[in-house]
Design a protein around this ligand. Structure first.
Ligand code: HEC
Ligand code: HEC
Length: 309
C-alpha cells in the first residue's frame, strides 16, 4: 500500500515537473488576431478561421490542455510546420490571383482529407468541417474566383509546332499523348481552365489491375489545360490551349524527384517551362498532399467506373 502510494506520488510529481519544460518560441509568442480575409464573404472566411487558423496563421488559440507538456510540444510543431506551408496572415500582402491560388491550395488540402489534422480535431471538435462548409468554400471559388472565359479560337486540332525544346531537367516532349486514353477531366476554379488528364497504356493497365499505389515504372500521365470558352448558348468548352504537363514514373531513374519525371510545356508554341533544373520542386510541393497516393491526384476508382460503361 505504501509503495503504491509512493509510485503514484512519484508520477504526479513527474507530471508537475514536466510542466517546467516548455517548447521554445511559440510558447511565449502572443496570439495576434488576423483581420478577416479581405474580399472573401464572412461565412467563407469563418470556415477557414475556425478550422485552419490555429495552425495556419499567427492567430492561434490554445486551450488549457494544449498548454500541458508534452501536448504543447506537439501543438507548437503543428503550428510551426503548418505556417511554413500555408500562412493566412500573409493575406493582405497578396494579389488577387495569389489569394485565389491560396484558397484553391487550402481546398485541395481539405478535399484530400489531410486537413484539418485528424489528431487535432479529436481534441478540438469545433475545427471539424462538415460537408456544408466544404461546399461553401467550393461554391465561392467556383463563382467568384473564376477568371473570365476567353474568346480565343480553339486550335485544339491544329498542329502546334514542328520542333519542341526539351524541359530544363532534360525531359523530352511526348507528342503521342493525344492517342492515349482520357482518364479524367477537371476544372480549376481559380484560373478558369478545363483540364483533361491522359494515361498511357501502362497507366491504363495498372488501373485495370488495381495496382496504382505505387504506379508501375513506365506509367505516364499527361495533363492538358485549355481556357474555358463560353458559347452563345452558355455552354463552356475548351478554348485556347494553355499547357500540357507530364509525369513519367521511374522509381529509380527519378528517385531524386519522388519517383517521377516532371515537365510542362506552355502555350501553342510549346515552350518548356522552368528556369532551372530544379523547377520541378514547385510541382512536387503542390502534389505533396497526395504523397500517400504516389503523388498522383487522379483517383483510379473514378476511372474504373468510367471504363465499365
Ligand atoms: C493542428 C494543426 C493544423 C490544422 C488545424 C490545419 N492544418 Fe493544415 N497543416 C498542418 C501541418 C503541420 C502541415 C504540414 C504537413 C507536413 O509538412 O506534413 C499542414 C499542411 C497543410 C497544407 C499543405 C499540404 C500538405 O498536406 O502538406 C495545406 C494545403 C493545409 N495544411 C490546409 C489546411 C486547411 C485548409 C485547414 C483547415 C481546414 C488546415 N490545414 C488545418 C497543420 C494543421
Ligand atoms: C498549384 C498546385 C499544383 C502545381 C504547382 C502543380 N500541380 Fe500538377 N496537379 C495539381 C492538381 C490539383 C492536380 C489534379 C488534377 C486537377 O485538379 O487538375 C494535378 C494533376 C497533375 C497531373 C495528372 C496526374 C495527377 O496527379 O492527377 C500531372 C501530369 C501534373 N499534375 C503535372 C504537374 C507538373 C509537371 C507540375 C510542375 C511543372 C505540376 N503538376 C505542378 C496541382 C498542381
Amino acid at each position: 500500500m505504501k509503495l503504491k502510494f509512493k509510485i503514484i506520488l512519484g508520477i504526479i510529481s513527474l507530471v508537475v515537473l514536466a510542466q517546467l519544460i516548455r517548447p521554445e518560441e511559440i510558447s511565449s509568442a502572443k496570439a495576434q488576431p488576423v483581420k478577416m480575409l479581405a474580399g472573401v464573404p464572412e461565412e467563407v472566411a469563418k470556415v477557414l478561421e475556425t478550422s485552419c487558423f490555429d495552425c495556419h496563421s499567427s492567430q492561434t488559440s490554445w486551450r488549457w490542455f494544449d498548454r500541458l507538456t508534452p501536448v504543447n510540444f506537439l501543438v507548437a510543431s503543428h503550428i510551426r510546420d503548418g505556417r511554413k506551408t500555408l500562412d493566412f496572415s500573409q493575406w493582405d500582402s497578396l494579389a488577387t490571383p495569389q489569394r485565389n491560388a491560396m484558397l484553391y491550395f487550402a481546398l485541395n488540402g481539405i478535399l484530400s482529407k489531410e486537413m484539418p489534422l485528424s489528431s487535432y480535431t479529436t481534441l478540438h471538435p469545433s475545427a471539424k468541417l462538415d460537408p456544408k462548409d466544404i461546399d461553401l468554400l467550393r461554391a465561392y471559388l467556383l463563382n467568384n474566383a473564376v477568371s473570365k472565359p476567353s474568346n480565343v479560337e480553339n486550335k485544339a486540332d491544329k498542329p502546334f509546332v514542328k520542333e519542341v525544346k526539351k524541359s530544363p531537367n532534360g525531359m523530352a516532349y511526348l507528342p503521342n499523348y493525344r492517342n492515349w486514353k482520357a482518364i479524367s477531366t477537371t476544372e480549376r476554379f481559380d484560373n478558369g481552365t478545363i483540364r483533361i488528364i491522359f494515361g498511357n497504356p501502362i497507366a491504363v493497365e495498372a488501373i485495370h489491375k488495381g495496382k496504382t499505389n505505387p504506379w508501375p515504372d513506365g506509367t505516364i500521365f499527361a495533363k492538358t489545360a485549355w481556357k474555358q470558352q463560353k458559347a452563345e448558348d452558355g455552354n463552356v468548352y475548351a478554348g485556347q490551349f494553355v499547357q500540357v504537363e507530364f509525369m513519367v514514373k521511374g522509381a529509380k531513374r527519378y528517385a531524386g524527384t519522388k519517383g517521377w519525371g516532371w515537365a510542362r510545356w506552355k502555350g501553342e508554341n510549346l515552350l518548356p517551362y522552368g528556369k532551372t533544373v530544379k523547377f520541378d520542386s514547385e510541382c512536387i510541393s503542390c502534389h505533396r498532399p497526395e504523397r500517400n497516393s504516389d503523388y498522383v491526384f487522379t483517383r483510379p476508382l473514378d476511372i474504373k467506373g468510367l471504363d465499365k460503361k
